[in-house]
Design a protein around this ligand. Structure first.
Ligand SMILES: [Zn+2]
Length: 266
């Protein structure tokens, strides 16, 4: 049954649209890839119990049922993960109602560095996200963007050169004049360097859209999706910026060494 992505990444109580088979015999046991705390890395986990263990009847109806899924790390055969899954009466969705070890999103090291003093907001946002409180999570992530956007946008400028950099810096001076985050992003979103545009996608434009959607009249579920998009975009931008900076530094360091060696020889 439960889709792999659902088990690996969905927070508690978030509905996963899924056409659930009528009977437990139709439910599959997908392998999942998650962190093993004993092995210290991501490993394949396999489901080792059966769905009928809970209902105690072989091949029973799935409607409204709650199942306990026991997974064990395929590598060490020791570390276990548990999921409690609730099936909709109409079999139109499933959701997690329990998970051990608790659902978590790894606090990304690059994002923490970018956030600095604001990283407590990330922790709060993640807790709300894990419980399915979308409106709350969205508010925290939006606050993070508001408080870090100036630094983020000026970091982007470092990746540009020549005429493109000039254009960007001009836009950036306009950015500093507005206090509205969406406007700031709007001013520079089309000037992003190609290295920050995976598959032609523009993360700043996506961030702008997610923020503009706002909280107005949105359900908790919609806000949760927007919140997750904002978090993913922040992680992506922070990671790419850090990687580009490190690559540039390593290049200049190595080049300097080569040039120094050449000078001392001659
Ligand atoms: Zn293991």
């Amino acid at each position: 049954m439960p889709d792999r992505e659902f088990l690996e990444s969905y927070p508690l109580y978030r509905k996963f649209r899924y056409e659930v088979p009528n009977y437990t015999n139709g439910l599959s046991k997908p392998r999942i890839n998650m962190e093993c705390e004993d092995c210290g890395k991501f490993e394949t986990f396999v489901m080792v119990n059966d769905y009928w263990e809970v209902t105690r009847v072989v091949n029973t109806s799935t409607s409204g049922e709650i199942f306990r899924l026991q997974y064990v790390c395929a590598s060490c055969q020791k570390f276990e993960r548990y999921f409690i899954i609730k099936i909709d009466e109409e079999r139109g969705w499933i959701s997690k109602v329990g998970q051990y070890p608790p659902w978590s999103v790894k606090t990304d090291a690059n994002l923490s560095a970018l956030l600095g003093e604001h990283k407590d907001y990330l922790a709060s946002g993640l807790i709300l996200e894990s419980q399915g409180y979308g409106i709350g999570a969205f508010a925290y992530y939006r606050r993070i963007v508001e408080e870090t956007i100036d630094e983020l946008l000026s970091d982007v400028g470092e990746l540009l050169a020549g005429e493109e950099k000039e254009t960007y810096l001009t836009a950036l001076s306009a950015v500093r004049k507005t206090r509205v985050t969406a406007e700031k992003i709007d001013l520079v979103k089309d000037l992003l360097p190609p290295i920050l545009r995976p598959d032609g996608m523009n993360p700043l434009r996506a961030l702008h859209e997610a923020l503009s959607e706002g909280l107005h009249a949105q359900t908790d579920e919609n806000c949760l999706t927007q919140a997750m998009i904002i978090r993913e975009l922040l992680v992506y931008l922070a990671t790419q910026l850090a990687a580009s900076r490190n690559a540039a530094k390593s290049f200049t360091d190595n080049m300097r060494k080569l040039l120094d060696a050449k000078t001392s020889k001659s």
